[in-house]
Ligand binder design. Structure first.
Ligand code: SF4
Ligand code: SF4
Length: 77
């Protein structure tokens, strides 16, 4: 399990989440930021830091945003 950044990040990309992540596992993927699922320790610190509510625990990602799970993971393959 890991946290996932959804498409709400695109267009904002203020990097606020990267400032609070203790793992430095949030990276700029171009159109949005993404979380490395192998490095994320599920601390949840990035959730309140995001001004647009774009970050979710994987199991709570809304159904219309499920593609974000692969978008985050595949960036680090
Ligand atoms: S849950 Fe914690 S470790 Fe994972 S991306 Fe967010 S701040 Fe980083
Ligand atoms: S805080 Fe939210 S909007 Fe800002 S870069 Fe992180 S996920 Fe994107």
């Amino acid at each position: 399990m890991a946290y996932v950044i959804t498409s709400g990040c695109a267009g904002v990309k203020d990097a606020a989440c990267t400032q609070v992540c203790p793992q430095d596992c949030i990276h700029d993927a171009g159109n949005q930021f993404v979380i490395d699922p192998d490095e994320c320790i599920d601390c949840g610190a990035c959730v309140p830091a995001c001004p647009v509510g774009a970050v979710y625990p994987e199991e709570d990602v809304p159904h219309d945003q499920r593609a974000s799970i692969a978008r985050n993971r595949d960036f680090f393959l």
